[in-house]
Design a protein around this ligand. Structure first.
Ligand code: ZN
Ligand code: ZN
Length: 257
């Protein structure tokens, strides 16, 4: 059985899992080990069943569980060289590590992985496409912006986890300090609801069946607003696609592939 499931999503922690037969690939490890294990138990798994832990980038909301998690699993840590440079010294000595350059592809067991660099403000930051054909899933958060090249890489994925971080007006009118507002809105920050809506339409037109909106800001977004912005754009374009929000603090519905 192959499925993709979100375990947590948002600025307090991000974590997802892609399961294909014996390959159980955790993607990002925000939150903490107990939280991740509790979520996995709901999927009849535990951290000791993980085969790989794939990391998008070094920000704490994506890696905070690693120092403890890696003591409780024999999974191989898979990340870019620059990400490992940023996090490696906090990790237990001697953990199995597989490094790559963003843009490279490789296999994890029988699962193909494509990687793509993102312009987000962490060195070596990247996104992933796992599996192929009807089992293809893409992880696209902490993007900053979406280039044509990224779109070509994720095109055709059956399920896409897509960042829908903020409403730009809420950021502009909100309480964050000016430099932080500028960072969020820049190409090195996060994708807005409106940008996500445009990407959603093109994904729907190129075969994506299921869209999970992720990494919503608690301060600068409302779940209803993110969902409406994307669903209205899809309706206007006449595109049909399942759209769901990745919950902040609990597992989402597994998407079967
Ligand atoms: Zn980040
Ligand atoms: Zn993040």
């Amino acid at each position: 059985m192959t499925y993709f499931c979100t375990l947590a999503s948002g600025s307090e922690g991000n974590c997802y899992i892609y399961v294909n037969g014996r390959q159980r690939i955790l993607i990002d490890a925000g939150k903490n080990t107990r939280y991740i294990n509790d979520c996995l138990r709901q999927l009849a798994l535990s951290v000791s069943d993980l085969t790989h832990i794939l990391i998008t980038h070094s920000h704490a909301d994506h890696v905070s569980a690693l120092p403890v998690l890696l003591k409780h699993t024999r999974a191989t840590l898979v990340c870019s060289g620059e990400t490992f440079s940023a996090i490696g010294r906090k990790l237990p000595f001697g953990v199995p590590v597989q490094l790559f350059e963003p843009g490279e592809g490789f296999w994890l067991g029988q699962v193909t992985v494509k990687t793509f660099a993102t312009s987000h403000d962490a060195p070596g930051s990247c996104g992933f496409v796992l599996g192929q054909g009807s089992e293809q899933a893409a992880v696209c958060t902490d993007l900053g912006t979406m280039s044509g090249e990224i779109f070509e890489t994720i095109r055709g994925s059956r399920v896409v986890l897509l960042e829908s971080n903020h409403d730009a007006e809420m950021v502009k009118n909100g309480t964050y300090p000016y430099p932080l507002k500028m960072r969020i809105l820049s190409d090195e920050g996060h994708l807005s609801n409106k940008f996500a809506a445009k990407v959603a339409v093109r994904l729907g037109q190129s075969g994506t069946k299921s869209l999970l909106l992720a990494h919503l800001s608690a301060e600068n977004n409302e779940p209803r607003l993110a969902l409406d912005t994307v669903c209205n754009a899809l309706a206007e374009a006449g595109v049909e696609m399942d759209v769901a929000l990745a919950p902040r603090n609990m597992p989402g519905e597994p998407v079967l592939l």
